[in-house]
Every structure is written in C-alpha cells, then in structure tokens.
Design a protein around this ligand. Structure first.
Ligand code: X2W
Length: 287
C-alpha cells in the first residue's frame, strides 16, 4: 500500500498551472519575439532555464522567435585577437576585421549554443541570421560606425514557415546589404524590433540586466504609453543604455507590435512570469 503525503509546493504548482489557463488561452497562436541579450545569458543553468521557458511557450501554442545579442562574447574574442572594442552611442564601431569576428561569434558560437539549449529541453530550433532567405536587409546606419546596419527591408516569410512546422527560429543580428557581398552588424535590440514590427507581433520582450524603466525615484514603472516614454526621455529620466531599448519599443509599436516589455532576463522564468501570471514583469509599453 502506498500513502500520499501532501506537500504545499505541489499544491502551489497545481494552482499556478490552473491560474495560467486564461493566459495560455489568450496567447495561443500569438507571436512573441524575445530579445535575449548577451548580458542576460549568464551561465549554463540560466541558459537552460531560458530555453525551457521558450519550449514551454511553444508547447502551449505560442509562436516564439528568439533574437539574440552577444556583445560580451564578441568583446572577448576581439580581445583575444588584440582588436580593440569601441562603442559610439551604444553601438559597436565595426570595421572589416570586426564585422568578420561579429559574424563568427554571433552566427556560430552564440546562435548554436541557444539552438542546442532549446533542443536539450525537448524543443525544435533552427538558427539563422538576417542573411538567411534575405530575412533582414540593411543599409549603413551611420558612416562613423562602419559596417553597422539599419534594417531597410524585412522578409519574414521564412519565420512563418518555421512556425507552421513547429520550429522555433533563433536569429543572429547579422545582415546583408543591397550589395550581397556586404555584411552588417546590427544591434540586437534593433534587429528584434524590426523582426517584431515586420511580424506585427503580439509581444516583444526585451530581456536585459535591469529590472525595467525606472522613474525619477528609481522605481520600476510597470505600465506606460509611448507618450510617457517620450516625456521621460525629454526630461532625462530615461537615459543611457535604456534609450536604444525605449526607441526600439516606440518604433516597434508604431509598426504594429501590440506591446513591448523591457524586463530583467536574470530573474527566474522571466518570460513565463510576464506572459502567464497576473504579476507580470518589468515595464510594459503600449498605446
Ligand atoms: C552588437 C550586436 C550584438 C548585441 C555588438 O556588436 O555588440 C552593435 O552594437 P547584446 O548582447 O544584445 O548587447 N551590434 C551594432 O547587440 O549584443
């Protein structure tokens, strides 16, 4: 004979699952673009947990797209090769030697690590860059930055094809130009915003290493409109590294993304907390 001991944790787990039902129903069939920044990647356990969240999303009918960064990993290899890293307004100054390293690190090392992590959790993932199927075509963003690209043409059919096959696309922010011999380094947030905009995604989640957009007293603002963002940028409350993220958010919303969330990717199960609980996470920006 077996006896069952009731443990409070199991009861909580069952209740949490039950409470997630309306959210799962709401997001069934939704497109959610997740920007996974290099600073949010952390160690192997953090990577596995992120991958598990993405696989769970797919399992309950969401169509997730992962767009990743990898700035710290690029810095590391550039350093080992004796090439100096230089940033202007948050973007890497990218000459020919640098763009080659960027492409190797992002489309090779980082992309395949994420693809592998998703498969280890039982999902199906395919890695691609903006060059594959002409997903993202760029022009030079600013002559001062060299081969840094600004997306001018998006061809997202390949992502829809992967959704229908039940495959999770993992995109490295590297692109071709109008001249197919050119390679552009694209800021990860910019690439995620352009992809979310072209897909008219239901959600764009920007995972980073801060807890969200903070007000003048340092508290995270949980919900804001594009006008709030503009006002807080004009008065200097939104500053520094947060600016490219909020700019990406405004542009994505203009292109038809329903809402953008800036959240801390180092928090356990950050994506699930945002999508499937009453609590939410980070700062939500929507009209
Ligand atoms: C970035 C691309 C990687 C990235 C770079 O070269 O670092 C530009 O700055 P994180 O980890 O999201 O910062 N590109 C133009 O965005 O990585």
């Amino acid at each position: 004979m077996k006896k069952r001991a009731m443990n409070q944790d199991w009861i909580t787990t069952a209740r949490t699952l039950s409470e997630a039902l309306p959210y799962m129903q709401r997001y069934s069939g939704a497109i959610v673009v997740v920007k996974f920044g290099g600073n949010a990647m952390g160690d192997a356990d953090a990577m596995a947990e992120f991958a598990r969240d993405i696989v769970l999303m797919r399992q309950v009918g969401v169509n997730p797209v992962v767009v990743h960064g990898g700035g710290p990993m690029i810095n590391d290899l550039l350093g080992r090769l004796g090439i100096e890293s230089k940033f202007v307004r948050g973007k890497r100054v990218t000459d020919q030697a640098t763009v080659e390293v960027v492409e190797m690190v992002l489309t090779g090392l980082v992309n395949k690590r994420i693809v592998q992590a998703i498969m280890d959790e039982g999902g199906r993932a395919v890695g691609l860059s903006g060059k594959d199927d002409d997903l993202m075509v760029c022009e030079a963003d600013d002559p001062e930055l060299g081969f840094v690209g600004r997306p001018i043409e998006m061809n997202v059919q390949v992502l829809r094809d992967l959704f229908s096959a039940g495959i999770i696309p993992v995109v490295a922010p590297v692109a071709t130009g109008m001249d197919p011999l050119e390679t552009f380094n694209v800021n990860g947030d910019t690439a995620a915003g352009a992809i979310a905009g072209a897909l008219k995604a239901d959600r764009l989640l920007l995972l980073t290493d801060v807890s969200g957009v903070k007000d003048a007293s340092g508290e995270v603002v949980t919900s804001m409109s594009p006008d709030d963002v503009r006002r807080m940028t004009a008065d200097g409350t939104i500053a520094g590294g947060m600016i490219p993220k909020t700019e990406t958010a405004l542009k994505a919303i203009e292109q038809g993304v329903r809402a953008v969330v800036i959240l801390d990717g180092r928090v356990s199960n950050a994506c699930l907390l945002e999508l499937f609980t009453d609590h939410g996470a980070g700062s939500l920006i929507r009209r």
